[in-house]
Write a protein that binds this ligand. Structure first.
Ligand SMILES: [Fe+2]
Ligand SMILES: [Fe+2]
Length: 297
């Protein structure tokens, strides 16, 4: 049994669903703008318990990747080549779920899939903003460029987060969002946990970089499925855009974030690699569950 399950602090974390829901509520509390309240001391002490539970869970996720991540080279160029390999050999890559979505899924199945994806989406913009704190100038600048793209380069209609919301609204996926499978909730909790705890600063950068690396292939398949199902181009835009833009984002992240960080501090290679693998594994866990739910053989 897992460490966080053994811990007796009176919080509902007996099973993966309760654990992930508790963490999700914890992240909402930490990230949502709020006002001072009289019970802040009590909340702080409850949040300290949650932070411990989160830490145990993140360490469990990390421990599963330590072996493979140890093979990541501690030199910039070789490290980038190692990371790029994950596009083919990483957990969840080439999952047949995406062929199914492109070629076979019904509109309701696609809507269910999107509901899960919206749940697991922690907001690349905020994750990037949190992850760039006190980085050296070169990687900081690349995260800033990426953030600016997320912000539609200053054009509200081009912001990526709202673009996904447009799709979710047009296909009315909100009504399907509860109950969500815990694997999808866990994906968002993983990204938030890495971004909000500076001891995982490099893990977070690794996880964000591997999203850019692996998203285009999946986005293209989802977009193909949406087109097949007659979903209008302006509604599909989030996936059409990421099928193309993230190829550029990935190249830039490799060259301007991974390469200089590893060359300056070779010991960060392992942390970047662990973070990348943790993210891919969390994705793979979702794909397997989605396939099971959709009855894909
Ligand atoms: Fe984006
Ligand atoms: Fe991107």
């Amino acid at each position: 049994m897992n460490m966080y399950i053994k811990r007796d602090i009176g919080l509902a974390v007996q099973d993966p669903i309760s654990l992930q829901r508790s963490l999700s509520a914890f992240n909402a509390r930490r990230l949502t703008p709020a006002l001072p309240t009289g019970d802040w001391r009590a909340r702080l002490s409850r949040d300290a318990d949650m932070a411990t539970i989160e830490g145990d869970w993140l360490e469990e996720e990390r421990s599963a990747q330590i072996g493979r991540a140890a093979s990541a080279p501690r030199e910039g160029t070789a490290f980038v080549a190692w990371i790029e390999e994950l596009k083919i050999t990483g957990p969840g890559q080439g999952d047949r779920l995406f062929d199914y979505l492109a070629e076979t899924a019904s509109l309701d199945e696609m809507r269910w899939f999107l509901a899960q994806e919206v749940t697991g989406e922690a907001g690349f913009d905020d994750l990037a903003a949190l992850s760039q704190l006190r980085l050296p100038s070169r990687p900081k600048m690349e995260v800033a460029r990426n953030y600016w793209d997320e912000m539609g380069r200053g054009n509200m209609k081009g912001m990526h987060g709202p673009m996904l919301a447009v799709l979710a609204q047009a296909l009315d996926v909100r009504s399907l969002m509860d109950p969500n499978v815990w694997e999808a909730v866990a994906l968002g909790n993983l990204m938030a946990g890495l971004a909000l705890n500076r001891r995982y600063a490099y893990h977070s950068l690794g996880a964000l970089g591997v999203i850019e690396l692996t998203a285009p292939g999946r986005a293209a398949k989802v977009s193909e499925g949406l087109r097949r199902l007659g979903v209008a181009a302006k509604v599909r835009r989030y996936f059409d855009l990421h099928a193309v833009l993230d190829i550029k984002h990935s190249e830039a992240w490799n060259a301007e974030v991974f390469l200089p960080l590893v060359d300056a501090r070779p010991e960060t290679a392992t942390a970047l690699a662990e973070g990348a693998l943790m993210r891919l594994q969390a994705g793979a866990r979702c794909f397997a569950r989605y396939r099971a739910e959709l009855g894909i053989k």
